[in-house]
Each structure stands twice: as structure tokens, then as C-alpha cells.
Design a protein around this ligand. Structure first.
Ligand SMILES: [Zn+2]
Length: 214
């Protein structure tokens, strides 16, 4: 559900609290999305380069909720709005262990773990401003998908694929991108700027494979 000018209710209260927690001033916490709240949303979107439309859609919610968490691992003083878009909760795998993770969209119908997705989307926007179009060819993978890729690899029909359960794609941390080679603008841009957004090219010989290290 998107919130916009004239929206009312408990979700707007939560939005106003999150904006305050993020250091913006939406005016009174009254559950009414008025001009003051809209100004704060626009300022927030501008600061985080979310596309300034004054409407709180999935990307703005995702950023607000992710940043609302305290670094100490505590949670925001505000609980997650039940109707806010928050990606999906899925069963991922990290080092062979199943783990429930939140994934969020990164375009192209692909997903990454929510925190990686937020950074990826910022990186993608920055790349676009530099004239480089990044798109995700493969992001989060389910166990079934990884098994299939692994089988193909073992049969000599596919790229190197990690053992099912052990791919960073299954933790929602790796994205295979449309780099097209090591000598392309996309690869060079990523090599120069990816680290700023937490992404590194961590598999030798795979210019397309970028992993979020935070
Ligand atoms: Zn990969």
C-alpha cells in the first residue's frame, strides 16, 4: 500500500514516526498525511535518491524500515507497518544452513536480501546517472533453482555453480549482472564504485557475479 497526500490512519502515524527517527520533520504525529509530511517524504527521498514523488511506495518504505533499525541489533521504536510493502520472507541458505530471510525486488523480477537490495537499488541509480544500465540476471535463488544450476554445471552444461545450500545467491547476497565482459563500461563502473555500495566481484573469471559484503 502506498501512502500519499491525504492518506490517513495508523500507517501514516508509523510513517511520521519513522521520518522523525530518521531526522526529518513531518510535523505532528497525527496520522494525517498533509503538506508537512509530504515535504518530509520528499526531503527523505531526495537525500536517499529514491525518486522524489512525495509518495511512500515500496522503495521508500523499505529504506525507512531498514534504516530504522539500530546498529546494535535492536529494533526501531516503531513496529513494521503490517500493510507496508516489505518484500517477501523466504527460506534462504547460508553456508549450508536454512535461514529465513527477507528479500526485496531489484528490478527485472529478481530479488536480493532486503538490505542488499536497498544498496543495490542505490547503486543502480548511481550507475544510471553515469550512463550505465545495470540489470540483474540472477539474484536470490531457491534451493530448487540452485539444484538445477548445480546439476547443469556438473553435467558440463552450465557455468560454475556452488553446491546447493552454499551459494551466496541462496542467501540473497549475490547478483549476476549484465556486465558483458571485463572490458565493458558496466564492469569498469562497478569495479570503481561497487565497493561504495558494499558489492564486490568475488569469483575469479565471473565478471558478472557481485556479492554484497555490507
Ligand atoms: Zn553468481
Amino acid at each position: 500500500m502506498s501512502l500519499r497526500i491525504n492518506s490517513r490512519g495508523s500507517q501514516v502515524v508509523r510513517l511520521q514516526k519513522e521520518l522523525k527517527a530518521a531526522g526529518f520533520n513531518p510535523g505532528p504525529t497525527d496520522g494525517i498525511f498533509g503538506r508537512g509530511t509530504q515535504r518530509a517524504v520528499r526531503a527523505y527521498q531526495s537525500k536517499y535518491r529514491l525518486g522524489v514523488d512525495g509518495i511512500v511506495g515500496p522503495r521508500t518504505w523499505s529504506k525507512l524500515l531498514h534504516d530504522g533499525k539500530t546498529p546494535a541489533g535492536g529494533t526501531s521504536s516503531v513496529s513494521r507497518p503490517s500493510s507496508a510493502p516489505r518484500g517477501r520472507s523466504v527460506l534462504g541458505y547460508v553456508n549450508g544452513s536454512p535461514r529465513r530471510i527477507q528479500i526485496a525486488p531489484v528490478g527485472n523480477g529478481k530479488y536480493l536480501r532486503a538490505d542488499a537490495a536497498a544498496r543495490f537499488n542505490q547503486m543502480k541509480a548511481a550507475a544510471r546517472r553515469a550512463g550505465v544500465n545495470l540489470s540483474v540476471v540472477s539474484g536470490f535463488r531457491t534451493m530448487a533453482q540452485q539444484r538445477q544450476l548445480y546439476a547443469a554445471y556438473r553435467a558440463g552444461r552450465g557455468n560454475l555453480a556452488a553446491r546447493p545450500g552454499y551459494s551466496n545467491h541462496q542467501g540473497g547476497l549475490s547478483a549476476d549482472l549484465n556486465t558483458g565482459g571485463y572490458n565493458t563500461r558496466a564492469y569498469k563502473w562497478l569495479k570503481a564504485h561497487g565497493r561504495q555500495y558494499g558489492f564486490v566481484n568475488d569469483v575469479r573469471g565471473e565478471h558478472w557475479h557481485w556479492t554484497f559484503r555490507g
